[in-house]
Design a protein around this ligand. Structure first.
Ligand code: MOS
Length: 760
């Protein structure tokens, strides 16, 4: 049950054979392939000589392997090999070779490298057999003995070991230095709140399991189908780790069944599948099980402390936001948890801090809106607590402290239509009918509450290349080594190209998911539209210029005296602007010029010098209604309005789906998701989908998405800012605030399960 409105973004009609334009609502161009099963995922590629590997995982969290007995496993007919640290193929030793394109500071985990155990669930062996079933059976027969050492996996018990993270990670922005004097301002202010917030470990749980199929060519070339957010990253990693030239490796990921950040780094099944292929000189596949999906990377357990102070009229005087998060022993995984607290509200005194505690877990990894999902949660719940202390409407408090320039460095925002989000969201939701006092609304045994929160996420642009080929039959193929992790990349890139070239969508296809294609960055940070989309736009413009030169050179060309800016591309033709009867069909042009095809390549470099003059971010206002069963503490989120300002929306339908998906996940984060460790074993226990709860259809009610009008030519030439992650930010805070409004109980720990709702 979701609705959308994008009235300001143009007509919502489905694209037929007509002109494509930004803001149009188009069904996924790969939708049919996906629902018919024609779309293949990493574990679905066949090979005549394929063998199957099943991973054996460590049962201890720290220590050394003292012995691995593989005799029973190897005795089974059809079992080909058990790979361990003792017989693995040659691999690089230095940590630097294991650094993928998004590795944080530190020395990455090296699968099957030596006898050292760094976390529970670490792979210790790969059993390879003729069939998956044989390998799975034999894997259960491998006997591993360990010398265990004491482990520490309990963040709350080791907060005293916190350290300031290493700054070596590219792209890590430590919190800026204090502005003003937050402690003094807090002490002096008449109204203040202080609270601590806790969020447990979460795992991504994409539908598709992590898998790699390595197909070995006769010449030894490795074609690898990998579940990843970047084919180029996986190729780079395999090349570095095994010392194989990149030209001898092709990585493909044409379809990815969700990843949400878990595929930003190559995972260990890739390394192990390559090992099997190298050792047996065969094609090999390794697929992880759902429990094994809990053995690498997670959203880190985080404890946050907030102090907010204000004048009696609501003017903010101090913001203090400090976070303690976990990392592994071997890497400083960092996310921007607290920095947004310096970007959202005008305030003269702001202090932020971020520290890490190294635990004997695998390194955490980015998960949809990393840092913001929890950091903005704490800020926005604290703002609600302050509004209550002020006896003020929570929306009015946010509007009162609206920041026109970035509070920390006084830079202007590239665009910031957050006031429109507040206004349109509140109106759609009916916020003005909200009673200020908690426990004011009830229906039967359910208490009803309304809550709201602000959301924000970075608007990024990176570097990308794109290629384009216009064929003699009038079809256009555009390509870049981008990924579509379910976000709609195929669709939106085809739309951008179709609009630029004036072609119907059916004549345009976009190729992605192949390391042989022009460079694209990792799909992450909601930046593929601004980055790859701008490269696509750029390559189409180059193609236009080539076509224009061809057209001018034709005998008796109507364009002989024209300049490039006097032509346009529409209806499959090049036309003189303002004279649609003067033109030439692109197919006729290629035929007349005797060309079978015409192509272009483009390198898109962001205008960094200009971008640095602005704070670039997307914004949202989230309003929600909850119904809390007073006797049972169960919470239903019955209504959500999410008003988003994310620049120009290029593909209305897939953008809408992204935001709905984000809201669903926000509900899940708020009410259900947490991975529990048994610290006696240092192991995550609820490692399957019956024990790790994600929101299901019964949890989801009315979700209404509004895209407010915004056009940001600083972030991208398309005016777009990206929408993958903004949808989740603020949702859990709005729910926490609605629970308070319903019950008068403040829950400061997520997920807000019935026990916490009853106890608070
Ligand atoms: Mo996203 S967490 O940058 O894949």
């Amino acid at each position: 049950m979701t609705r959308s409105s994008a009235a300001s973004q143009g007509p919502m009609a489905e694209a037929g054979t007509g002109a494509v334009h930004a803001g149009m609502s188009v069904s996924r161009v790969d939708g049919r392939a996906k629902v018919t099963g024609e779309a293949r995922y990493a574990a679905e590629y066949p090979a005549a000589d394929l063998c199957h590997g099943v991973v054996v995982n460590s049962t201890i969290a720290k220590g050394r392997i003292t012995g691995i007995d593989v005799r029973e496993a190897m005795a089974i007919p059809g079992v080909l090999l058990v790979i361990t640290h003792e017989n693995r193929p040659k691999m690089r030793s230095f940590g630097i070779f294991y650094k993928d394109m998004t590795a944080p500071a530190g020395a990455p985990f090296r699968p099957l490298y030596d006898d050292r155990i760094v976390c529970s669930g670490q792979p210790v062996a790969l059993v390879v057999a003729e069939t998956f079933e044989l390998a799975r059976h034999a894997a259960a027969l491998v006997q591993v003995s360990y010398a265990a050492e004491p482990h520490e996996t309990n963040l709350l018990a080791h907060m005293n070991r916190a350290h300031v993270p290493s700054r070596l990670k590219a792209g890590y922005s430590p919190p800026p230095a204090e502005k003003g004097n937050a402690a003094a301002a807090f002490a002096d202010a008449p109204v203040k709140i202080e609270a601590a917030y806790y969020s447990g470990v979460e795992h991504h749980n994409p539908m598709e399991l992590f898998a790699s199929t390595v197909i070995r060519g006769d010449d030894g070339h490795l074609t690898i189908y990998d579940k990843t957010q970047s084919s180029l990253n996986s190729r780079w990693y395999v090349s570095q780790v095994f010392g194989i030239a990149q030209r001898k490796i092709t990585v493909r990921n044409p379809y990815v069944g969700g990843a949400f950040g878990s595929g930003l780094r190559p995972q260990y099944q890739l390394t192990l599948a390559v090992m099997a292929s190298l050792m047996l000189k065969r094609s090999a596949r390794v697929v992880l099980t759902r429990p094994q999906m809990f053995t690498f990377g997670h959203r880190p357990e985080t404890v946050q402390r907030m102090q907010l102070a204000a004048e009696r009229d609501g003017t903010l005087r101090a913001i203090v936001h400090e976070a303690v998060a976990e990392t592994s022993r071997f890497e400083d995984y960092v996310e921007v948890v607290v920095n947004w607290s310096g970007q959202l509200y005008a305030c003269d005194n702001i202090r932020m801090g971020y520290v890490l505690v190294a635990l004997d877990h695998y390194s955490p990894i980015d998960m949809r809106a990393p840092g913001a999902a929890h950091g903005v949660h704490a800020l926005e719940v604290a703002m609600d607590e302050l509004a209550h202390a002020l006896d003020m409407d929570p929306l009015a408090l946010r509007q009162k402290n609206y920041a026109v320039r970035n509070p920390m460095d006084d830079l202007p925002y590239s665009t910031k239509e957050l006031l429109a989000c507040y206004r349109q969201g509140a109106e759609r939701f009916g916020w003005d009918r909200r009673p200020v006092a908690p426990r004011s609304m009830r229906e039967g045994h359910e208490l009803i509450g309304w809550g709201m929160a602000t959301g924000t996420w970075d608007a990024m642009q990176m570097t990308a290349r794109a290629g384009a080929v216009l064929h003699a039959d009038g079809t256009l193929v555009v390509s870049s080594a981008a990924s579509d992790i379910g976000t709609g990349t195929y669709t939106v890139m085809a739309m951008i190209a179709a609009e630029a070239m004036g072609l119907p969508l059916e004549r345009v296809s976009f190729r992605l998911g192949d390391s042989a294609l022009p460079f694209a960055p990792i799909e992450g940070g909601s930046s593929h539209v601004t980055t790859v989309g701008s490269a696509v736009q750029g390559v189409c413009e180059k193609l236009q210029r080539r076509l224009f030169r061809l057209a001018r050179a034709l005998p008796a060309s109507p364009f002989r005296a024209a300049r490039f800016d006097q032509v346009c591309f529409a209806g499959g033709a090049m036309q003189l602007r303002g004279a649609s009867d003067v033109g030439v069909a692109l197919v006729d042009l290629l035929a007349a010029a005797g060309k079978g095809r015409i192509e272009a390549k483009h390198l898109m470099l962001p205008n960094v010098l200009n971008q640095k003059k602005y704070l670039r971010a997307t914004h949202s206002a989230v309003f929600c209604e909850v119904r809390v069963d007073e006797d049972l503490g169960t919470v239903r989120v019955t209504r959500v309005v999410s008003a988003i300002a994310a620049g120009r929306i290029i593909s209305a339908k897939t953008a809408h789906s992204q935001v709905v998906g984000g809201v669903v996940w926000g509900i899940s984060q708020a009410l259900h998701e947490e991975t529990h460790a048994d610290h006696r074993f240092g192991r995550f226990m609820n490692h399957d989908l019956s024990e790790y709860h994600v929101a299901v259809n019964a949890d989801i009610h009315d979700i209404d998405v509004i895209f407010v009008e915004e056009d940001d030519r600083v972030v991208s030439r398309l005016g777009a800012k990206g929408v993958g992650e903004i949808g989740i930010v603020g949702v859990s805070a709005a729910i926490a605030n609605a629970i308070f409004h319903a019950t008068g109980r403040r829950v400061r720990s997520t997920p807000m399960t019935p026990d916490k709702v009853m106890r608070s």
